[in-house]
Design a protein around this ligand. Sequence first.
Ligand code: PLP
Length: 361
Amino acid sequence: MRNLESNLNYFKSLLQPSTKIMVMVKAYSYGMGTFEIANLLEKNNVDYLGVANTFEGAELRNVGIGLPIMVMNPEVESFDLVIKHQLNPVIFSLKSLNVFLKYIETNQHLLPIKPYPINIKIETGMNRLGFNIRDLEKVAEEIKSHPLVFVESVFSHLSAADESQFDDFTNQQIQLFHQSAKKFCSTFDYPILKHLLNSHGIVRFNNAQFDMVRLGIGIYGFSSDKETQQNLLPVSTLTSKISQFKTIPKGDTVGYGRAGKATKELSIATIPLGYADGLNRRLSNGNWSMMVNGKKAPIIGNICMDMLMLDVTGIECKAGDNVVVFGKDNTIVEMAEKLETIPYEILTTISPRVNRIFSYN
Ligand SMILES: *Cc1c(COP(=O)(O)O)cnc(C)c1O
């Protein structure tokens, strides 16, 4: 947890002192945990937490988190929970705007604060969520005619901030956002926060901080920028323990489909982790190695649902010994490369049944 704090402080050092910080804690804080991470961020005085859906926001409220929580994609069916838990919804389409305004009008007595804050997302090139720029004038007028809501922020999202071959495109997104947000905000007579940058954006387009940034993967210890990566500390390791140790003769096979073959006498360690724990089955048959007492032991045979076997031949070990699934010597970045994906997916697919242990030392 100290490392997470250190990463937060590193990103703070890249920002103007006045720039606000939203930390994205969607998907169980990128797989790390709900309460513990949000609680630490609250203690560190970040300005906002960001989640994907209403359920995630409600979960944070239920464990006592009081920070403002912005919900990126609140389903129209969940607006009652948005209000109940005092979550800050993102409105990205005329439909969501109209449904929300209607909900607010008919449920005035339920509003914990008046006027109620909403956040407007503008489409600038990601083509995921957001108002088309040509609709913004209409949106502004509509909102102005409803005194029960106010715009707390207006934002957009970069689609390739970490890829230099698309820097022209990113700069175009920045310009589009700058112009359209300015025009939109000029309709209102109160200040509205503007925000655009994700983690990569903070590192590579530092001059587009606007009023706030939305920090995600970086705080969890990852950056595709080499220099930034060197300044970040690792936040998570996954460990397990050997359930059983055995020696098998030449000619035996290991696991389902007899996929693991003993071409000589082998030592085998069974580990209580499988694909149901989020360990991708494509890591089977030597495609990943775990650290056993400081040495690399490859996975032998197919990964099972709840278990896998390691070839620990030549490694001194016994039942009960620790195993590092990923850590400093076999990193998440390497695992992501093996699986042709990104660290985000590795982190967020570790299943909830894997116990998260938090230490602060
Ligand atoms: C997830 C998310 C972020 C954070 O992105 P990172 O690449 O993890 O920094 C920022 N903004 C929005 C809208 C997001 O959904």
